[in-house]
Ligand binder design. Structure first.
Ligand code: SAJ
Length: 413
């Protein structure tokens, strides 16, 4: 299959870097997004999201003329759909963005086109996508069972890149490719081979969908184990980080790190897609989600207890929160347990809250009237309670503070 021009639908954390990388291989890319601000920003050669080196990649892709953003879809050889798949009420997957993407590309589809779903999706979503496209274009044939060669090829190829390392992982990681037919998979693999150094491994669409959900659920379950251990050890007066180091010396044990909860848009969401498809079977996966979701409240209880003690001597103690991001060394505050915990501490209204977050220049709106962004040394000097929420490199680089009241959710002090 020839790819003179491809279209990426959804120019977010996955779509935009993907578009820039194809463009860097001298393939004409038109990126489509419903957000006029994103489209204008990209067409100026700038970025509307933060990811290391993405600005450089987008600038050079736009300047070279290979990448262009648009609000409208247009014909192309291949369409890559990278739109959000959140969950809605009842923790069931919300496929409305995929449906909207199908409606927008359907009018411009031509025989021989390839449509790839990259968004993390529940099992069956790729088949559903082909049905939506087929309903909108009854004049075209779509893959169905073992019928002959369809007009439009459809595959799922889940994104698997780690925020903070997207540009490197997009090229280096292996890709799992699940076509609705073997030919669909082969066409999709030939497209990804233009940009990736890893392997393209072919399977069917449902296995590819489940594979992505499995990867993130594996991580969630293992983080839940670490988080549960941290609460057990706190109860038993054992240092959980020392314990994990010791246990991990065993050649077949690899415990992850406890923290204040699980953030981001992926790991805290995707396991629910498995639970909603197989509620009776997915007992452990559901329980792990609940353990991780409860961890911020457990941390808050520790903070509340410490504040209560401090208030015996000082009516309005100062609490310093170290880190707001959802994980170390990034500035991404979306779905961040650290941010949520800090907001909750502010709501107590019996303390002054100061925040150290070396990766941002100003506090997010929900904290602006309530807290103050300060330097590391200022916080250590002036706070009555230090709460370490994110293990940013900058915090690790400083010697552990000698302070009488510390709550360290990351085990670095
Ligand atoms: N976390 C812990 N303890 C750990 C590891 C992580 O508490 O030992 C927390 C982090 O602090 C963070 C959350 O888990 O709040 C998630 O962070 P992460 O680095 O594990 O993962 P994400 O959400 O940034 O990216 C994940 C990745 N999936 C896997 O590693 C299996 C990435 O490869 C996926 O592409 C991404 O989800 C996605 O888009 O689905």
């Amino acid at each position: 299959m020839k790819f003179d021009k491809i279209s990426v639908i959804g120019l977010g954390y996955i779509g935009l870097p993907t578009a820039a990388i194809f463009a860097s291989r001298k393939i004409k890319v038109v990126g489509v997004d419903v957000n006029p601000h994103a489209v204008e920003t990209i067409n100026r050669g700038e970025v509307h999201i933060v990811e290391p080196e993405l600005d450089i990649a987008v600038r050079s892709a736009v300047q070279s003329g290979y990448l262009r953003a648009s609000l409208k879809t247009e014909p192309a050889n291949a369409f890559l759909i990278a739109v959000p798949t959140p969950f809605k009420e009842g923790k069931v997957p919300d496929l409305s963005y995929i449906k909207a993407a199908c409606e927008s590309i359907a009018p411009v589809l031509r025989p021989g086109n390839l449509v790839i779903l990259e968004s993390t999706s529940p099992v069956g979503a790729t088949e559903q996508m082909a049905k939506w496209l087929g309903n909108a274009r009854p004049d075209l044939s779509f893959p169905e069972g073992d019928m002959g060669e369809p007009d439009i090829h459809v595959a799922h190829c889940p994104e698997r890149v780690l925020p903070g390392q997207v540009l490197r992982e997009l090229v280096q990681n292996d890709r799992v490719i699940g076509g609705l037919t073997t030919t669909c998979s082969e066409h999709a693999a030939s497209l990804y081979k233009l940009i990736i150094e890893g392997q393209c491994i072919i399977t069917d669409a449902r296995t590819a969908e489940m594979c992505k959900l499995t990867e993130n659920s594996f991580r969630d379950v293992n983080i839940a184990f670490a988080n549960e251990l941290s609460m057990i050890c706190d109860h038993m007066n054992i240092n959980v980080w020392d314990l994990i180091k010791l246990a991990n010396l065993h050649p077949r044990v690899n415990i992850l790190q406890p923290g204040p909860g699980v953030g981001g848009h992926c790991i805290a969401v995707d396991p629910w897609f498995i639970v909603s498809s197989s509620p009776d079977q997915a007992k452990l996966i559901r329980r792990a989600r609940e353990v991780n979701d409860l961890k911020p409240q457990w941390v808050l209880k520790k903070v509340d207890d410490a504040i209560e003690q401090l208030r015996l001597k000082k009516p309005r103690p100062v609490v310093a929160c170290f880190g707001l991001a959802f994980k170390p060394n990034i500035d991404d505050l979306r779905e961040s347990p650290a941010l949520n915990i800090t907001v909750e501490i502010c709501k107590r209204e019996i303390v002054d809250v100061i925040v150290v977050e070396p990766n941002i220049d100003e506090l997010p709106t929900e904290l602006q009237q309530r807290a103050q962004l300060v330097e590391h040394s200022h916080a250590i000097q002036h706070a009555d309670l230090l709460v370490l929420l994110v293990d940013h490199k900058q915090f690790r680089d400083h010697p552990a503070p000698s302070h009488p009241k510390i709550i360290d959710t990351r085990g670095i002090w």
